[in-house]
Every structure is written in structure tokens, then in C-alpha cells.
Write a protein that binds this ligand. Structure first.
Ligand SMILES: C[S@@+](CC[C@H](N)C(=O)[O-])C[C@H]1O[C@@H](n2cnc3c(N)ncnc32)[C@H](O)[C@@H]1O
Length: 330
């Protein structure tokens, strides 16, 4: 291996000068993924390749297929992984297409899989990407700048009821209806600051004092919708679990409860094979586990890490390991 999608450089034109993203729970991820059999390491959310580089350094038996929707991330990753040219394949696209992307290079089972969900620090920090209520910029929020749906289109076109449903489901805010109506009344909204101000003004003053910035969850919900984040997650986890090699490991870092719930459910299903027998009795329903859970529940970053990197605060890590069984393809 050792190729890069040709369109990558062309797609961006100008060089990305810096891509500062501190990989979350790095030592925990490396410890899990480096202890895997020789073969393919699929990084579904390559970002600035902080995790990928550390895994490749520690695990010479692995070759990387790295995917990201964001051309800036791939550009940065290419630089970060320059020492590993003969062990990497970088692809622009959604991990929803991982099976198709893998087909072009390998049909081998996967030794290691990582999903580090959500956004990278540069996506949040660069105003022009429109992800952050803290930095002024256009209402964009697209991880893939060529995708047709931006936050501006949602904010200015969706009916109030649809916005309220989105904010309630993916922003988990009790003020969803009020916020949606304020947005509709405030149209047109073009910038992150305009949206953040409208959201803030929709929240009663007494409630503004608790729970962080009132716009945080609204921005999260919009980002989820713009990038179709939760729709693709479950099917992608299922499909990649099915490609895991015996003793191969699949690690997911999620950053909000909607993501973590999906990962928890899909991993639990894969680890029981959908078994319906009472837990205290032997299985008689014929279900075959595809994986075993590496640990119960979700692991959290250490306090020291959260102090150093505030963006790690909401991280939850789950991991499974492939087993040989009837349910396994391998
Ligand atoms: C938290 S960052 C990953 C950081 C990375 N682990 C590192 O060490 O630098 C998440 C990345 O996933 C990408 N991403 C999110 N959803 C994606 C999807 N469905 N398909 C491909 N990339 C995705 C984002 O563009 C972003 O670059």
C-alpha cells in the first residue's frame, strides 16, 4: 500500500497550514489497537491522524486505511503520516462507505477499527467552517464542504416543528419549541453569531445561568443533521463488526449520549448475536456472538486529561474484540 486519493490535493488547492487536534484517550486507544493481529487498521474518522500515527508507530504489523469526509483533515493527515507512505491508504468519504472503500484494496478481515466521532478542533476553531457558537462565521457546519446541505439551509427553511423535533432529539433541550419559534421569527439568519444570539434570547434569563452556553446543544443538533451523523452510525458499526478478524478490535469514542447509545446497542447486539434467552440460562436460541465486549460499560478520560484538554470531557470509549463463531464471516 501507500497511495493517496489523487483528488485530495486538487480538491483543496491551498495548503492547510496547521491542524491542531489533541487525540482523545490516546494511550488507551493505542493500547487496545496495537495488541491486534497483523492486517488492516481502518481509521474511520482520521482527522489530523493523531491516533493513527501513534497506532502505526506502536504496531508495525498494521497497515492503515484512513477515511475522513473533510479534505482539510486528509491534507493534514497526509503530512503527519509522511513517514509511513508504504503503510497507508487515505480516502475521502464517509465511513458509511467503508465497505465499498475497503473493497478497492482488500477483502481481508479487519485487525483494528477506530471511530473517533464528532468534530476535530480545527473544524470548531476555524470560523469559516461555521461549527462553533463561539467563533463568528457563516452557518455552514459541513464536514464535507461539497455536500449539498448546510446549517444555513436548515435554519432558514425548516418549519418550526421540524426544528423543534431536531433540537429536542439531538440537542436534548427542553426549550426546543421556544428556540425553534425564535429562529423562524428571526429569519433570515446567516452567521453563527446571529444564530447564537437568537437562541440565547429565546431562553428565559433564569435558565441561562446553568448548563453552559444555551446555543451549545442547538449547534450540536444542527451539526448532527447537516452531517447525517446518527443515521449512518448504527449501520456502519454493524457492517464493520461483521468484518472484524478473530482477535481484531473495534474502538469507538463518542461525545454525546445519542452517539453513545447507538454504539452501546450495536456492540451489545453483536456480543450476544441477538440472543433472546434469559441471561441466567444457557443459550438455546442459536444466536452466535460476533464479538466480545473488551470491558463493561464505557471508559472515560482521566481527570488529568480533561484538565489538559477540555474537549475530552464528554468522551466515552467502548470496545469489542472479534471472536470466531457462526455469526462471524471469518
Ligand atoms: C474527532 S475528529 C478525529 C480526530 C482524529 N482521531 C485525530 O487523532 O486527529 C473526527 C473526524 O471525523 C470526521 N468524520 C465525522 N464523521 C464522519 C463520517 N461519517 N465519515 C468520515 N469522516 C467523518 C470529521 O471530519 C473529523 O475530521
Amino acid at each position: 500500500m501507500g497511495w493517496l486519493v489523487e483528488g485530495l490535493r486538487i480538491a483543496r488547492g491551498a495548503a492547510v497550514t496547521s491542524f491542531a487536534h489533541e487525540p482523545v484517550m490516546l494511550s488507551e486507544v493505542v493500547e487496545l489497537l496495537a495488541a491486534t493481529p497483523a492486517g488492516i487498521y481502518l481509521d474511520c474518522t482520521l482527522g489530523g491522524a493523531g491516533h493513527a500515527r501513534a497506532v502505526l508507530e506502536k504496531a508495525p504489523q498494521l497497515t492503515l486505511v484512513g477515511i475522513d469526509k473533510d479534505p482539510d483533515a486528509l491534507y493534514a493527515a497526509q503530512e503527519v503520516l509522511a513517514d509511513f507512505q508504504d503503510r497507508i491508504q487515505l480516502e475521502r468519504g464517509s465511513f458509511a462507505r467503508a465497505a465499498e472503500i475497503l473493497e478497492t484494496s482488500t477483502d481481508a478481515p479487519l485487525s483494528a477499527v477506530l471511530m473517533d466521532l464528532g468534530v476535530s478542533s480545527p473544524q470548531l476553531d476555524r470560523g469559516e467552517r461555521g461549527f462553533s457558537y463561539k467563533v463568528d462565521g457563516p452557518l455552514d457546519m459541513r464536514m464535507d464542504p461539497s455536500s449539498p446541505l448546510s446549517a444555513e439551509a436548515i435554519v432558514n427553511a425548516w418549519p418550526a416543528a421540524e426544528l423543534a423535533r431536531l433540537f429536542s432529539e439531538h440537542g436534548e433541550t427542553r426549550m426546543a419549541g421556544r428556540i425553534a419559534r425564535a429562529i423562524v421569527d428571526g429569519r433570515p439568519l446567516r452567521t453563527t453569531t446571529e444564530l447564537a444570539d437568537v437562541v440565547t434570547s429565546a431562553i428565559p434569563a433564569a435558565l441561562r445561568r446553568s448548563g453552559g452556553h444555551p446555543a451549545r446543544r442547538v449547534f450540536q443538533a444542527l451539526r448532527v443533521a447537516v452531517n447525517d451523523e446518527l443515521v449512518v452510525l448504527g449501520p456502519a458499526v454493524d457492517s464493520l463488526v461483521g468484518r472484524l478478524a478473530p482477535a481484531g478490535r473495534f474502538v469507538v469514542l463518542s461525545y454525546h449520549s445519542g452517539e453513545d447509545r447507538i454504539v452501546k446497542d450495536r456492540f451489545r447486539w453483536a456480543s450476544t448475536g441477538g440472543c433472546t434467552c434469559p441471561p441466567q440460562l444457557p443459550c438455546v436460541c442459536g444466536a452466535a456472538a460476533k464479538v466480545k465486549l473488551m470491558f463493561r460499560g464505557a471508559r472515560r478520560p482521566s481527570q488529568a486529561e480533561v484538565q489538559r484538554n477540555h474537549r475530552a470531557k464528554s468522551a466515552r470509549m467502548r470496545a469489542v474484540e472479534g471472536v470466531v463463531g457462526e455469526g462471524s464471516k471469518w
